[in-house]
Ligand binder design. Structure first.
Ligand code: 1GP
Length: 244
């Protein structure tokens, strides 16, 4: 049996090896740009593709997963905005519980609906404590989830939320500033949260430069996620990958 995505991620964390994830939102995808992004991702050894978005109103999810799989073996992880965004064609799913919020649907409700599907599926399930932090502009996640993000300067709240998530058994913690955030998660918050966790820390939202990727890794992120910046300019993948 191949090693699981999660044990591989934990092993990488122990070796202090960093991972880059590219987020494809099926709604925003432009095919010509995706082709280029895939080529470069393979060439540069990108570690994961995360697939999902806050809405996903088109029916592109299955065809998108199939067409990426035809072209490369980079692991495909669903990053679903709702229980409608599920597919057997991925390798795994970040099963997100929005632990920064107090919306029961996103803490446990949608998970109950999705559980029978997931139980039957071949997907590897990686439970994830999803923590939304204020990124300086109202994000789609904030609006759609009807929750308040953690204020960007409140490292203590982020630490306690992440710790509670780990204590509840969640396998990773994801600090999210929201897609297109003006202010990505601060290095000081990443450092504070990473310092208290034993599970892998994923960071995303508003990350646009290799310098920022490198700074996030130095601060303790195990996985950095970039979406918009690559959708705009797939050529950036080379520099982002070199920042690991
Ligand atoms: C993934 O939402 C982010 O965590 C992606 O954000 O699109 O701003 O890179 P960007």
């Amino acid at each position: 049996m191949p090693p699981s995505l999660y044990s591989d991620l934990m092993a990488a964390k122990k070796r202090n090896e960093k991972r880059l994830a590219i987020l494809f939102d099926p709604d925003k995808l432009r095919l010509e740009k995706m082709e280029r992004a895939l080529e470069l991702a393979v060439e540069c050894g990108v570690d994961y593709f995360f697939i999902g978005g806050s809405l996903v109103v088109n029916s592109m999810l299955d065809p998108l997963l199939a067409s990426i799989r035809e072209r490369c073996k980079i692991p495909l992880l669903l990053f679903p905005g709702s229980s409608f965004q599920l597919s057997y064609r991925a390798d795994g799913i970040l099963l997100l519980s929005l632990i920064s919020g107090r919306n029961p649907e996103l803490l446990i409700g949608q998970h109950v609906v999705a559980a029978p599907y997931l139980k039957m599926s071949p997907l590897e399930i990686i439970s994830t404590g999803y923590i939304l932090v204020d990124g300086g502009v109202q994000s789609s996640v904030q609006y759609m989830s009807n929750t308040s993000p953690i204020p960007s300067g409140k490292n203590d709240i982020a630490i306690c939320t992440a710790l509670a998530g780990e204590m509840l058994g969640l396998k990773t913690i994801y600090l999210e500033a929201g897609s297109g955030a003006l202010n990505p998660i601060s290095e000081s918050m990443i450092e504070a949260v990473a310092g208290t966790l034993t599970v892998p820390l994923i960071v995303g939202g508003g990350i646009r430069t290799p310098e920022k990727v490198a700074a996030n890794f130095r601060a303790g992120a195990d996985v950095v996620v970039v979406g918009n910046a690559i959708e705009n300019d797939p050529g950036l993948i080379r520099e982002l990958a070199a920042a690991r």
